[in-house]
Ligand binder design. Structure first.
Ligand SMILES: [Zn+2]
Ligand SMILES: [Zn+2]
Length: 188
């Protein structure tokens, strides 16, 4: 396991809580978004501000983090490819367990703690995995510019929402097109 960089924007220092259960600290900060925060079609642009409003509270097993994260989103509608500008607001909650707590639990074969457990390293916690999971869960699976986006015209690719009465001359039915070809061949 690589150790955490205390200068990384999403790594928080909990040392001043002093491992005294009940001691707590409010943290408000704005950090640049890491790359690929979101899903392919909708995400927080890399480097865009992510506003964090957090509370760190020492409990018996570790440090409990609660709070919110807010950031702007940019993406495109999966039906008509129109740019989407939106905002994401997520609740965060995670218990970061002291490393020695984990060892103790392992001795007692405590199945509450497994590889998924977030841990403190040298009193530092890494917010990034939590933030990533929360943002991805909050995003729509298929972002749309509006709920009933009609998408693009299959004939010419025009955005139908811009032109609801959009119409083309009736295309030649492919079955008749085949016949027409046949008649022409016979005439040659
Ligand atoms: Zn759309
Ligand atoms: Zn068209």
């Amino acid at each position: 396991m690589t150790s955490l960089d205390p200068r990384a924007p999403l790594v928080l220092d909990t040392r001043e809580l002093g491992r005294r259960p009940g001691s707590q600290r409010e943290v408000e900060l704005t950090v640049p978004a890491p790359a690929q925060l979101g899903i392919e079609v909708l995400s927080v642009p890399e480097g865009a501000p992510v506003e964090l409003d957090l509370r760190l509270e020492a409990v018996m097993e570790g440090v409990l983090l609660t709070g919110t994260a807010t950031a702007d989103l940019a993406g495109e509608c999966v039906r008509c490819l129109q740019p989407i500008v939106d905002e994401v607001h997520v609740d965060l909650q995670e218990l970061y367990v002291y490393p020695d707590q984990h060892d103790k639990a392992a001795e007692h074969d405590d199945s509450d703690l497994d590889d998924e457990t977030s841990r403190l390293e040298d009193d530092l916690l890494d917010l990034e995995p939590l933030l990533r999971d929360a943002v991805v869960l909050a995003l729509p699976f298929q972002p749309l510019c509006m709920d009933d986006c009609p998408g693009l015209c299959t004939e010419c690719g025009a955005r139908l929402a811009d032109d609801p009465d959009h119409a083309h001359d009736a295309p030649i039915d492919p079955r008749w097109a085949g016949l027409q070809q046949l008649t022409q061949d016979q005439q040659d």
